[in-house]
Design a binder for this molecule. Structure first.
Ligand SMILES: [Zn+2]
Length: 143
């Protein structure tokens, strides 16, 4: 068993490996994984902030807030809106964004290891586990 230095997951399988398995399920576009793809990626990236470039935590945090408050439909609308606005968003000045990487949180109450359960991300209860993952991620970033 290893403990992830970033999210705090205790798992035999490294987080990165679990994440690749989850992406494969997401890309199958099947229920319940496919519709929660954007939320899952946001959770993973925010719980592994070493992979974040400056300012790139802003959209995933907004997405998780929309998801926790408004459900999967709100998250889906936001992802689509961002996709349409992407060229505009890329030109937005980055100085509006703070929180350097050194301030990023580590050690979350609910991690990808809990979402994976036995490592296979079972469909049964998956949406509920993703919700706990999103809530723990937001709680960590709230400080
Ligand atoms: Zn981790």
């Amino acid at each position: 068993m290893d403990t992830c230095a970033q999210c705090g997951a205790v798992s035999e399988t490294p987080c990165e490996e679990l994440f690749q398995q989850l992406l494969a399920l997401d890309h199958s576009r099947q229920e319940p994984w496919g519709p929660l793809h954007g939320v899952a990626v946001a959770c993973y990236r925010l719980q592994h902030p070493a992979s974040l470039t400056e300012g790139s935590h802003v959209f995933p945090l907004e997405l998780l807030r929309a998801y926790v408050e408004g459900g999967p439909e709100a998250a889906r609308r936001m992802t689509e809106h961002a996709r349409r606005a992407n060229s505009h968003r890329a030109r937005r000045p980055e100085h509006t964004v703070t929180a350097p990487r050194s301030e990023a949180p580590t050690g979350f109450a609910f991690t990808i290891a809990e979402v994976a359960v036995d490592g296979g991300f079972p469909a049964d209860g998956y949406p509920g586990r993703v919700r706990s993952w999103a809530e723990a991620t937001l709680a960590g970033w709230r400080g």
